[in-house]
Design a protein around this ligand. Structure first.
Ligand code: SAH
Length: 217
């Protein structure tokens, strides 16, 4: 994502009610954050938040947490939420590597990864959000039947991700190399990047995976 230094964004985020501060204190207490027992789904690397905001509007009975490391893009999602005031959507500005400090085992129902940074150099493979190192983190916070749903137009990153699934001891639920082959499939919510890449004619890949023990049940 191209970054602009949005002036004052850090200060605005620090004072915003839709941003969770001191997020590690919420571990194991997320039901109290939302004030209900609804499932919690998260998006890691949400950017400006079009995807998660749309889902939160469509599914008021699911709670959504958007995670983004850069203030300059997160601020766009916050501005939108300031208008919409959806009760089931909050944000955290953080680096995803520390996700297990923020959610307890079984606290997260689904994890969305959309157009994640490719980290093309081999020596940076562990930083890819679909690496086995990240999958091991995700299995520590997901419910037993939990899923990771990943979309990208980057074929190298997608092929790497497909390989990581058995390496991490996970199972493939579904895998497509051209999600939009017959138009936008029903129920697919487009992200900012997806809208742009589909318009450019790039095929979008998507996989849905689950920790192996779940798939065996
Ligand atoms: N999901 C959005 C944006 C994709 S760009 C869309 O599909 O339109 C990838 C985003 O992920 C960027 O905003 C980047 O800052 C964020 N990101 C990448 N790695 C991250 C990490 N380790 N932790 C938190 N956010 C991350």
């Amino acid at each position: 994502m191209r970054l602009r230094n949005v002036k004052g964004s850090r200060e605005m985020i620090a004072a915003n009610d839709y941003v969770i501060h001191e997020e590690t204190t919420k571990k194991g207490c997320w039901r109290a954050v939302f004030g209900n027992d609804n499932p919690i789904y998260i998006e890691i690397g949400m950017g400006k938040g079009q995807f998660l905001t749309t889902l939160a509007m469509e599914h008021p009975d699911i709670n959504y947490v958007g995670i983004e490391k850069y203030s300059s893009v997160l601020i766009r999602a916050i501005e939108k939420q300031e208008e919409l005031k959806l009760p089931n959507l909050v944000f955290i500005r953080m680096e995803a590597e520390y996700i297990t400090d923020v959610f307890a085992p079984g606290e997260v129902g689904e994890i969305y990864l959309n157009f994640s940074d490719p980290w093309p150099k081999d020596r940076h493979a562990k930083r890819r959000l679909t690496s086995k190192e990240f999958l091991h983190r995700y299995e520590q916070i997901l419910v037993p039947e939990g899923k990771v749903i990943f979309k990208t137009d980057n074929r190298e990153l997608f092929d790497f991700s497909v390989e990581q699934v058995p390496e991490a001891g996970w199972q493939m639920i579904s895998c497509t190399y051209d999600l939009h082959e017959h138009g936008n499939p029903e129920g697919n919510v487009m992200t900012e990047y997806e809208t742009k890449f589909v318009a450019e004619g790039n095929p979008i890949c998507r996989l849905v995976i689950t920790p192996a023990e779940t798939a065996k049940q």
